[in-house]
Design a protein around this ligand. Structure first.
Ligand SMILES: Cc1ncc(COP(=O)(O)O)c(C=O)c1O
Length: 448
C-alpha cells in the first residue's frame, strides 16, 4: 500500500501547525470570494484525506474526527469495502435515472431496508423510495403521508431538526438560522412539546399526554397526516425521550389514522447499536427515513414505509433525477454487508461502554456536566452553569475550540448550543476514545 492512499493514515492525532494552518487559511481566503457566508464551516480546516477516524488537513495535521461529517461516516471514512464497491460501480454505470431505465443496486438497497425496518414482515411488507438527502427524505415522507391520509397537517416536536428545504426549515425548532428571513414558511406544521427528561422531569406517559393534548388542541387529530419524530433528537442535543413516550405517541397515531414517521437520518444505520434507533423503543413506525450513514459518505436517502401507504402515489409522483444514484446504492449495499461482516452493532455497544464510562468519569469530576446521555456511538454531554440547569453555551464553545487546537474535532448541539455531541465512527478504537476523553479532561480544567 503506497503512503499516499487514505488507508495508510495512522490512527492517531498529530498536530504540526496551528489550527487552522497556513494552507487552510490561504484556501479560506479564496473561498470568501466565491462562497457565500450562509454556507458556514464550523472549523475552517480544509481536509485532504481521511480514513477510519482520522481526517488529514492540507497542512498535514491529523485530527480525530468525533463528528463523522455529522453522523455520515458511521462505518468510518473511506471504508475499504465501501470504496471498492463504489469504484466498481463507477466503472460500470454512474447514471441512467432509475425512473427512466432502472438498475439492480437500487432494488438491493430497498431489499436491505425492508429487511431491517422494524415491523416489516411477509404479511406487512415495506417499500422504499430513494432520494439524495435527509431533507428530501423528510419532504417525501410528508408528501406520501398526505397522499395516503388526504389530510394536510404535519406534527413535529420541539427541539426537532429536519433539514433546510422550505418545508423542513419550518419543521425545525429553531427559526434562526434555518428559517429566519426565508419566509413565507410552510403551512399546516404544528409543533408540540417533546420529552426532555433532564429538564421536564416527566415520565414518558406524562410527556406523551402533554404532547397529545397539545396537538389535539392546536391541530386536531383528524387534520393530521403525520407525526414526524427523531427517536433520539440530533441537532436538539441528543435528547433521549423518557421510556414509554414514543410507544404512547405511536399508539395515539394508530388510533387516529396518523402516519408515524421515524426520522432516523442522524440516529439510524447502526449508530445506536441497532440498525434503526426506534427498535430500542419498541415501536414499529409506518415510515422510516434514512440518510447520512446509509452509503458510507455518498449521498443517498431512503423513505421506507408500509406498502399500503407507499403504494398510494401515482406513477411519476415520486422520484427525482439523482435519487438512488447507482454509485451511492452500491456503496449502501456495501454498508449493509459490512454492518454484519464487521459486527458493527456490537462495535456501537463497545463504544458506548468505553466512551460513556469516560464521559461519566468526567461528569463526576467537573460540575459543569449536567448529564451524559445517548446510546451506542451517539452520545452527548450537556454543560450548565454549576448548581443550575442553565445552559452554558460559552463553555461549550471554549471546550470545542480547545479540543480543535489539540486535534480533536467536536461539535455542539442543542437549541441553546448547550451540549457537545459525539458521533464517532463505529470503528474508533478504545485508545482513540480514551484520548478524546483525556483532551476533554484537559479542556474542562483549562476552560473554567
Ligand atoms: C434528524 C435529521 N433529519 C434530517 C436532516 C437533514 O438531512 P440533510 O442535511 O441530509 O438534508 C438531518 C441533518 O442533520 C437530521 O439530523
Amino acid at each position: 500500500m503506497s503512503d499516499s492512499t487514505s488507508t495508510s493514515i495512522p490512527q492517531e492525532r498529530l498536530i504540526v501547525t496551528e489550527i487552522p494552518g497556513p494552507r487552510s487559511r490561504e484556501i479560506h481566503e479564496r473561498r470568501r470570494a466565491v462562497v457565500p457566508p450562509g454556507v458556514h464551516s464550523v472549523l475552517p480546516v480544509y481536509i485532504e484525506r481521511a480514513h477510519d477516524s482520522i481526517v488529514v488537513d492540507v497542512d498535514g495535521n491529523r485530527i480525530i474526527d468525533v463528528c463523522g461529517g455529522i453522523g455520515v461516516t458511521t462505518i468510518g471514512h473511506t471504508d475499504d469495502a465501501v470504496v471498492a464497491a463504489a469504484t466498481e460501480q463507477l466503472n460500470k454505470v454512474t447514471h441512467t435515472l432509475f425512473t427512466m431505465t432502472p438498475y439492480e443496486p437500487y432494488v438491493r438497497v430497498a431489499e436491505y431496508l425492508a429487511k431491517h425496518v422494524p415491523g416489516s414482515t411477509a404479511e406487512q411488507p415495506y417499500k422504499t423510495l430513494l432520494m439524495n438527502s435527509g431533507a428530501e427524505a423528510v419532504e417525501n415522507g410528508v408528501k406520501i403521508a398526505r397522499k395516503h391520509t388526504g389530510r394536510p397537517g404535519v406534527a413535529v416536536l420541539e427541539h426537532a431538526y429536519h433539514g433546510r428545504t422550505m418545508l423542513t426549515s419550518t419543521m425545525n425548532h429553531k427559526a434562526a438560522p434555518y428559517a429566519l428571513g426565508y419566509g413565507p414558511r410552510a403551512s399546516d406544521v404544528y409543533k408540540a412539546p417533546n420529552s426532555y427528561p433532564l429538564h421536564d422531569g416527566l415520565s414518558g406517559e406524562e410527556a406523551a399526554k402533554r404532547t397529545i393534548a397539545h396537538l389535539e388542541k392546536v391541530a386536531g387529530a383528524e387534520d393530521l397526516a403525520c407525526l414526524v419524530v427523531e427517536p433520539i433528537q440530533g441537532e436538539g442535543g441528543f435528547i433521549v425521550p423518557a421510556d414509554g413516550f414514543l410507544p404512547a405517541l405511536a399508539a395515539w397515531c394508530r388510533e387516529n389514522g396518523i402516519v408515524f414517521i421515524a426520522d432516523e437520518v442522524q440516529a439510524g444505520m447502526a449508530r445506536t447499536g441497532t440498525v434503526f434507533s426506534i427498535e430500542q423503543f419498541g415501536v414499529e413506525p409506518d415510515i422510516v427515513l434514512s440518510a447520512k450513514g446509509i452509503a458510507g459518505g455518498l449521498p443517498l436517502a431512503g423513505i421506507t414505509g408500509r406498502a399500503e401507504i407507499m403504494d398510494k402515489s401515482q406513477p411519476g409522483g415520486l422520484g427525482g433525477t439523482f435519487g438512488g444514484n447507482p454509485v451511492s446504492c452500491a456503496a449502501a449495499v456495501a454498508v449493509f454487508e459490512q454492518i454484519e461482516a464487521q459486527n458493527l452493532l456490537a462495535e456501537a455497544k463497545r463504544i458506548e461502554e468505553t466512551f460513556a464510562a469516560g464521559l461519566r468519569k468526567l461528569q463526576a469530576e467537573h460540575d459543569c456536566i449536567a448529564e451524559v446521555r445517548g446510546m451506542g456511538a451517539m452520545l452527548a454531554i450537556e454543560l450548565v452553569k454549576p448548581g443550575t440547569l442553565e445552559p452554558d453555551a460559552d463553555l461549550v464553545a471554549r471546550v470545542i475550540e480547545f479540543a480543535a487546537q489539540r486535534g480533536v474535532l467536536l461539535l455542539s448541539s442543542g437549541v441553546h448550543n448547550q451540549a457537545i455531541r459525539f458521533l464517532p465512527s463505529l470503528k474508533m478504537s478504545d485508545a482513540l476514545l480514551r484520548d478524546v476523553v483525556a483532551v476533554l479532561d484537559e479542556a474542562f480544567a483549562g476552560c473554567r
